[in-house]
Design a protein around this ligand. Structure first.
Ligand SMILES: [Zn+2]
Length: 103
């Protein structure tokens, strides 16, 4: 009876060791996965994109189609340029109030 108990204990200990190994493996994988998830678009790209977008005022923008100065700058919610600290930066869309031309 005692031998049986020892054998059972030995089996349980073996399983505990295996479980501990599995836990360590999972921890290692988890740490790796989370570090990969933290990779963000580089700040350099944000600066580059921002430089291409003209000043948000847009009052001096002229419609390339009809030449009207009555244009409105909108944020194009469908086009996300990049994320800065988790906040999306949208592309700017200009709409002509005269001919509804968008660019
Ligand atoms: Zn126009």
């Amino acid at each position: 009876m005692d031998d049986d108990l020892k054998e059972i204990l030995a089996r349980i200990e073996k399983k505990v060791d295996t479980l501990a190994e599995v836990v360590e493996t999972l921890k290692g994988k988890g740490a790796k996965a989370s570090s990969e998830a933290y990779v963000k678009p580089s700040e350099k790209k944000v600066d580059h994109e921002a430089a291409e977008v003209p000043d948000s005022g847009g009052s001096r923008t002229k419609c390339p189609k009809c030449g009207s100065l009555k244009v409105t700058a909108h944020k194009d919610m469908k086009r996300v340029l990049s994320y800065s600290g988790g906040i999306p930066i949208y592309a700017t869309k200009t709409v002509c109030n005269q001919c509804s031309n968008e660019w």
